[in-house]
Design a protein around this ligand. Structure first.
Ligand code: ZN
Length: 160
């Protein structure tokens, strides 16, 4: 059983920080695995499709992306949850799309946010293997939202 943790809420300083990179020595460690498990359990319990470590008060560059079809994004692909360590967006398409977003840290608000439709991305797995991939549509939106959390930015700052 993984621990479900409290989620930091808008206004709390942890959400304003630039999160630290996960160090080489932390890769493939029990603590990193437990962090990812706690993030995953907390995300599922709140019906989220993504989460970033600062949302559970750990200022480290770890995110989970877990796209699945939902009423707002009926065409969203169902994918296995992906844990991304030190994710870097290498390239964003010029084409942006508007889409509705919410956030576990801002439970009372939703809004239309413009995001790049397609991104090229590099991240490490929990074991430290480098992955490069291209994501489009809803999963690309989730990554951009979660990487923003690592840089201290909330989606409500991207509205209007
Ligand atoms: Zn969020």
């Amino acid at each position: 059983m993984s621990t479900i943790l409290p989620v930091a809420q808008r206004g709390e300083s942890i959400l304003r920080l630039t999160a630290a990179k996960v160090a080489q020595t932390e890769l493939n460690s029990e603590w990193l695995k437990q962090l990812a498990e706690a993030m995953y359990a907390t995300m599922l319990e709140r019906n989220g499709v993504g989460i970033a470590a600062p949302q559970i008060y750990v200022s480290k560059r770890v995110i989970i992306v877990a796209s699945r079809p939902n009423p707002r994004y009926p065409d969203a692909p169902e994918m296995d949850a992906l844990v991304m360590v030190n994710p870097e967006i290498l390239e964003k398409s010029e084409l942006t799309v508007l889409g509705e977003e919410g956030c576990l840290s801002v439970p009372d608000e939703r809004g239309q946010v413009a995001r790049a439709q397609t991104i090229q991305l590099r991240y490490l797995t929990l074991e430290g293997v480098t992955v490069e991939t291209t994501l489009t549509g809803f999963p690309a939106r989730i990554v951009q939202h979660e990487v923003d959390h690592l840089d201290g930015v909330l989606f409500i700052e991207r509205i209007g």
